[in-house]
Design a protein around this ligand. Structure first.
Ligand code: URA
Length: 264
């Protein structure tokens, strides 16, 4: 017998597909049309009396590599505005089709600290700005406790915030490895263009994407290096909202960040 959870999860998946514009069931299994080579027509034995064939039609197999495309687009962006436009025009990521807004970045692009989150949630999707929901409000409080803020104008007092994934995943599911891989060139270029002195990696997805390592509870509290910059993995504020006791560790990491900012 089907459980209520099965029913609700199936309904949620159906709603997600309808929101992507899917209106027809064609087959049980997905087909990658880029890999389908059209059947060669058997050559007709006799062409007598038939009009001469037209120019040969070459069935090129599209070799679209989403990661390579992202690398080319990201590398050609020479400003944050150009990068935003490049991300907005990138069509390989399915998440874009289910999102209301692109969530590109927020804060002071001259900030010494750049914070990298995971992916937008419902509130961020609605507003088009990262970290504006409950987790974002907690993040702002945490930053204020060490005299940092996204609205500050002095580079040493401010932060710039972006996410690995700039579109909201459906039902806030984790982004897939393929989605992370195709969006990685953009966030790396984002880091290049902001050129912060220090990176803060919030949560597991950010560490997985930029450090190539998982296990935030083990990784936090130590300085790492990302793109030749010091990087501190920190517990995600959404986790802190659920696990209040972990705020003690987050506070220790914030103090380490403050000390590093003062010392460099
Ligand atoms: N969580 C994130 O990782 N990023 C956001 O923008 C919001 C919540």
């Amino acid at each position: 017998m089907e459980s209520a959870a099965d029913y609700h999860s199936a309904l949620a998946q159906l709603e997600w597909q309808v929101s992507l514009g899917i209106d027809e069931a064609i087959g049980d299994a997905p087909v990658n049309r880029y890999e389908v080579v059209p059947d060669a027509k058997p050559a007709s034995k006799s062409t007598k009396g038939k009009p001469a064939p037209g120019p040969a039609v070459i069935h090129a197999v599209a070799s679209v590599d989403p990661v390579q495309d992202a690398q080319i687009l990201a590398a050609s962006a020479d400003s944050l505005d150009a990068l935003r436009a490049a991300v907005a025009g990138y069509d390989h990521c399915e998440l874009k089709r289910g999102a209301r807004n692109l969530v590109f970045g927020d804060g002071n692009p001259s900030a010494r600290v750049m914070i990298i989150g995971e992916a937008p949630g419902r509130d961020e999707d609605r507003e088009g700005r990262p970290f504006v929901g409950r987790a974002g409000q907690l993040l702002d409080k945490m930053l204020a406790a060490i005299d940092l803020g996204r609205d500050q104008s002095a580079p040493g007092d401010s932060v710039y915030i972006a996410n690995i994934i700039p579109w909201r995943p459906p039902q806030n599911r984790e982004p897939t490895p393929a989605e992370i891989a195709m969006m990685l060139p953009f966030i790396k270029r984002h880091i290049d263009l902001v050129a912060p002195d220090i990176l803060v990696l919030l949560g597991d997805i950010s560490c997985q994407a930029l450090l190539g390592k998982q296990g935030i509870t083990r990784l936090r509290g130590e300085w790492h290096e990302v793109m030749e910059r010091p990087a501190m993995p920190m517990l995600h504020p959404a986790y802190l909202l659920r696990q209040g006791r972990a705020k003690r560790e987050a506070w220790a990491d914030l103090l380490a960040l403050k000390a590093r900012l003062k010392g460099t």
